[in-house]
Design a protein around this ligand. Sequence first.
Ligand SMILES: [Zn+2]
Length: 348
Amino acid sequence: MFIVADENTYEAAGKSTEIILKNSNILFNTLILKGEVLPDAKTIGTILIHINNTKAKSDIFAFSPLPDFILAVGSGTINDCCRLVSYRLGIPYGVVGTAPSMDGYFSAGSPILFDNSKATIQCSTPKLVLADLDIMGNAPYEMLMAGIGDMLGKYTGILDWQLSNTFNGEYYCEKIAGDVLLATDNCLNNAHLILNRNHHGIDILMKGFMVTGLGMAFIGNSRPASGSEHIIAHAWELLEICSGDSLTLHGLLVLQAARLVCSIFRILMFESDDKALVNLISQFIHRFDAIESFCNKNNFINPITDKNKILKGVYDALDLRDRYTVLYYLKQRNLLDEYIKKAADDIA
Ligand SMILES: [Zn+2]
């Protein structure tokens, strides 16, 4: 078995994983990635180089040069990179979670930085996801906020999916969308338990990620988990990387982007004379209100404060991914500039 962790996740769960494996007489080799770990070619290359013991003699008659299983110890980046390596090499992988900070545990796709952009590469789902509620509950507070934020982005994501179904003829699955909405409601209604590190709350959040991840696997794309809010969040993340800023947690960017997209929908609901659109939005308004009261109650501060950066991220999002969302709806009607500026003012 090949274990991949970073310095923090090794402390949080890697050491205890090694003890369990040792006691079970399972052979393993551990790679601890140093410093800030990005989901990029450098990390993937490092994993590939160390995937077998680099100091062992490569006697192909004596042992297989590849492990039988890759075990990611961590959350977002480590899981995404191990998933890609596992898929490319045809080796099964699993993950020991260290924080309920994002919904990618159960996903079949890995968002990777390459060719000066970020795109999700289709891989396969993990064979197992281990989430020890003590370890997950010990994650830093902002990672718990990020986990809830990633789930709250499902409201705008599902509405974008419905929009694409109505105006673009894209396939929409009512059952999966309904399950994701229910799981998101459950996270929102129990946010206080999650933020208080209560086991039941952490369990609800992880189950929310599971419902979303399995939904993506069934549909074969990320519609159940992400819409315009995720594409905008990815665009902001790319801007942070380009300017050398320290990276904001994915779920926190998603939450800010979801507030922005909610604001676009709100304004559209009052100003648009497109009945089909207004009807769709009206069914989500109570959920948008709930996001705002969650943010206010928990003093959530939008991580991106520079208005130019906020706007640039939205325009970049249109080029980042060819997916029909409210941004496309507005662009097709020459309303994009007007509505984005209004919404950015609204959340500033
Ligand atoms: Zn996400």
